[in-house]
Unconditional design. Structure first.
Length: 594
């Protein structure tokens, strides 16, 4: 294949360099060509982001006979150095809040479930430390990564206790008194100051490296190459830092994308320029769309959050009766289970006061939904928050809805049969599709305009807003051919093209999306003087009956109006519900089958 002048310049270098590569710019090809031109007897390490990329990359190197290249994830490297030599046992899925509370014998106060809130913060503090480049817990201020006002007040009140218990938790793992976590053995690897036996080290996805990973990389005597896309940093919530901006290496760019054409490149470029509200923002590198694909085989719906994506999936299977196969990137269960194990059904059973059916220990101790919501506020648990939203939106209809989604869901091996693929933007990073439909739950023009009017944003708040813009950019750049994007996500004048279709968003749906944005993990800062609860109350006023149970009389009225040909928008306005709730009720009553 013919290399670009940018790729040739990178391959010809022989010093520490960083490569800022736009989406679809042949990053892996460049890395392979770089490795091919190194001395045959040199030892090369290629550090990649996850196991699937590791397997895929290893095969590519083997096919061209580059047996001197070793492909590893950072955690796999640490595992071999730390776990084997210390005979540690790893707790694969980490510690749940209730497990940690019992393990550390945590004590609360007269308020309900205080020990569990403390356990949640101890877990997060330990993760924060393990991903940092600091040598002691005391070198960090955990309050720097707590944003919700109620959670901040709680942490300030219990800070000495939370810090001491975090140190105790880490000490128990260090002494092998308890199983260790994946984050822990990576941290122990970093603190051991290892010297890796390689002549060249190539570090992929540098924009999402943790400070611990970056520290290991920078201390190596080998020639170092770090590659990534500074505008694809979307793991700030995992304490990642944009390493491309942190390292003082000679800079190279890959600006030609072979994934998509010039109109999608223009949309991506203009999206990144939204960062101009930050005074010292440097204009992003040029994106040249060189792609020429006309295929329309793979189609995907991409959402910002699980909630936004599930709502779109529910609407899709409700409206598209003839669709037989769908697919969710990642494990389908990950969309209905929180990291700590609570399921959507556990929240539903709490909502319906069926506590005997709840399996998750933490959810089981909650007296009602109000107690769970209070716990969520004090812990900033975004996943539980989104599950609460889904349960309050669909209630008893959830089991039937999830059953239908699972019946249509195909296995990984049959992914090619799916008529539509659903994914959050985090799960489809690195993927590409012929056509994509972007869900409305990304940062909107209205919301960004509000932030732009504020002059007292600190660095953390600005970085969070920039990450929200990055998320939209990553979603846009998954497309090879066509994009369907809601008008509310366009923050500039952009004319439709044959490849980019702008979707009109009905007023009522905009209100509903506003609620979703404010009540999910997209809460960036204190929302311009209006809290999430205040927004929720405002939305409740707009949808006055949104949380009341359907009565027999309402069902009869809905049936009559439906048969009279009244559309879902008008029905939603009449009943004070969202359109999604109306469509779900129509399906529940089987009106569209009669």
């Amino acid at each position: 294949m013919k290399l670009t002048s940018e790729q040739i310049a990178i391959i010809s270098s022989n010093e520490n360099i960083k490569i800022n590569a736009v989406a679809g710019s042949g990053k892996t090809t460049t890395v392979i060509e770089y490795a091919k031109t190194r001395p045959k007897n040199s030892k090369i390490l290629y550090i990649v982001f996850n196991k699937s990329v590791k397997l895929e990359s290893a095969i590519k190197f083997q096919k061209i006979g580059l047996n001197n290249v070793k492909v590893e994830t950072a955690h796999a490297l640490a595992y071999k150095y730390i776990v084997f030599s210390n005979k540690y046992s790893v707790k694969a899925n980490g510690y749940k809040t209730n497990e940690l509370a019992q393990l550390l014998l945590l004590k609360g106060n007269e308020e309900k479930h205080t020990e569990y809130v403390i356990a949640n913060h101890v877990n997060k503090f330990a993760t924060y430390f393990c991903n940092s480049d600091k040598s002691k817990v005391q070198d960090l201020n955990y309050l720097d990564v707590v944003f919700d006002l109620k959670a901040k007040i709680f942490v300030k009140t219990f800070y000495p206790y939370i810090e001491s218990q975090t140190r105790l938790f880490l000490s128990k793992m260090d002494k092998a008194e308890i199983e260790i976590t994946h984050d822990f053995y990576l941290k122990k690897f970093q603190l051991s100051n290892p010297t890796l036996p390689f002549d060249y080290i190539l570090f992929d996805e540098g924009q999402d490296a943790s400070p611990a990973m970056l520290d290991i990389f920078l201390k190596q005597p080998a020639i170092k190459v770090i590659v990534g896309d500074t505008h694809q940093q979307i793991y700030g919530w995992r304490f990642a830092v944009n390493s491309l901006e942190k390292v003082n290496f000679k800079n190279f760019n890959l600006t030609s994308s072979f994934r998509f054409g010039p109109d999608i490149a223009s949309l991506a470029m203009q999206t990144l320029q939204l960062k101009d509200f930050e005074d010292d923002f440097e204009n992003p590198v040029l994106i040249k769309g060189e792609g020429k694909s006309n295929e329309m085989v793979t189609k995907a719906v991409i959402g910002r959050t699980n909630l936004g994506l599930l709502l779109k999936a529910i609407a899709y299977i409700t409206e598209k009766k003839k669709v037989k196969h769908i697919y969710f990137e990642g494990n389908i269960h990950s969309y209905t289970y929180a990291d700590e194990g609570a399921s959507l059904y556990d929240i539903l059973n709490l909502y319906l006061s069926k506590k005997h059916l709840i399996r998750d220990p933490l959810i089981k101790i909650m007296a009602d939904m109000n107690e769970l919501k209070e716990y969520v506020k004090k812990t900033e648990d975004a996943q539980l928050s989104m599950m609460i939203d889904i349960v309050e939106e669909y209630g008893e209809e959830i089991p039937e809805i999830i059953k239908e989604i699972k019946e249509k869901h195909v296995s990984d091996d049959d992914k090619h049969k799916a008529e539509m693929i659903f994914s959050t933007v985090h799960r489809c990073k690195g993927m590409e599709y012929d056509a994509i439909h972007i869900v409305e739950d990304f940062i909107t023009k209205e919301k960004l305009d509000k932030f732009g009017m504020l002059r007292d944003l600190d660095d953390i708040q600005i970085s969070k807003i920039n990450e929200e813009i990055n998320l939209l950019y990553v979603a846009i750049t998954r497309a090879k051919n066509k994009i369907y994007i809601p008008e509310t996500l366009l923050h500039f004048d952009f004319k439709e093209t044959s490849n980019i279709h702008i979707l009109k968003v009905k007023k009522q749906e905009e209100n509903n999306e506003t609620y979703e944005n404010y009540s999910s993990q997209t809460d960036i800062i204190k929302e311009t003087k209006e809290t999430g609860e205040e927004v929720k109350e405002r939305i409740k006023k707009d949808f006055k009956e949104a949380y009341n149970a359907w009565t027999e009389a309402m069902d009869q009225e809905l049936t009559t109006k439906y048969y009279d040909g009244i559309n879902s928008k008008t029905l939603a306005q009449h009943f004070g519900r969202t359109q999604g709730a109306i469509k779900s009720r129509i399906k529940k009553l089987k009106l569209n089958e009669l």
